[in-house]
Design a binder for this molecule. Structure first.
Ligand code: PAF
Length: 283
């Protein structure tokens, strides 16, 4: 399994693959890989000849310096995990900040037709410009046929689809199901920072989401939201940042339930300074 640090090197290899008409899947990650990432890689391997996995903690998408500093970095473990999936069909791109940003570590400004102003956009200013900037650059370097993203970051997935459409980038975006721990907690690299007690307590997030889903069948979004907020106000370990029921397409908060629309509940929660997000389809 080859690890490339420079875009020059990986681009040359990819060019050769393309001349052989091989199809290329791409799984962009920030490392600290877990089962959820491996499921994306497996899906990519099942549908492409070769798969590039990028491992890059992208500074421009962090709106909080401590979060960036504390983000887990576990390259050796990551490579070990990827080897268990395939020895010979995965290429790793693990660049330095300079290789991506060439001395200008700043974001491009994007217009995602308003998707960027909802939920995460309100609490993490600049985050989606950072995500858009790095993913666009990575697409230019890797030029994949298909790229795979987890639905845990559902808003990110929507934004990337929008970027590809608006900038006419020739790649198919594939969204993949959320992977969960046995206790229901959505898999995330940040989970590595949770203490055993926090991890146990964090199973509450998915319990609340599944109950909210049941309630949404008969109750108004307002009532469900009120109930969720009350549950978290009684929780000593977890602090609710937001719970929003939104239209799956526009990501705008629901006004009045419509039978023809698809809705999803989105949640962001803190355990100390560790921020966890999750979501669930409601209908
Ligand atoms: O979801 C992530 O891990 C990151 O936001 C991504 C897509 C790799 C961009 O840095």
């Amino acid at each position: 399994m080859q690890v490339y640090q420079e875009k020059k090197q990986i681009k040359a290899v990819i060019e050769q693959l393309k001349t052989k008409q091989l199809t290329l899947g791409f799984v962009p990650t920030m490392g600290a890989l877990h089962q959820g990432h491996l499921a994306l890689v497996e899906e990519a391997l099942a549908n492409n000849d070769k798969v590039v996995v990028s491992i890059f903690v992208n500074p421009t998408q962090f709106n909080n310096a401590t979060d960036l500093e504390k983000y887990p970095r576990t390259l050796d473990d990551d490579l070990g995990l990827l080897k268990t999936v395939s020895e010979d069909r995965i290429l790793i791109y693990a660049p330095t900040v300079d290789d991506i940003y060439e001395g200008q570590t700043v974001s491009q400004k994007f217009d995602f037709d308003g998707l960027e102003h909802e939920m995460e956009g309100q609490f993490r200013p600049g985050h989606f410009d950072g995500v858009g900037t790095v993913v666009k650059r990575l697409f230019e370097i890797v030029s994949p046929d298909n790229a795979y993203f987890g639905e845990k970051d559902f808003q990110q997935l929507a934004i990337i689809k929008k970027m590809v459409e608006k900038h006419q980038i020739p790649v198919t975006i594939v969204g993949c199901d959320i992977h969960r721990e046995a206790n229901g907690l959505a898999m995330s690299s940040r989970n590595a920072r949770l203490s055993p007690e926090q991890k146990k307590a964090a199973s509450f997030i998915y319990k609340v989401l599944t109950t909210a889903k049941k309630q949404f069948g008969t109750k108004s979004a307002y009532k469900v939201t009120e109930w969720v907020e009350k549950q978290f106000s009684k929780n000593d370990v977890l602090r609710l940042e937001y719970f929003v029921i939104a239209d799956e397409e526009t990501l705008r908060p629901i006004q009045r339930k419509s039978k023809t629309k698809k809705y999803r509940a989105f949640i962001a929660v803190f355990a100390d300074d560790i921020r966890l997000i999750d979501n669930i389809a409601l209908n």
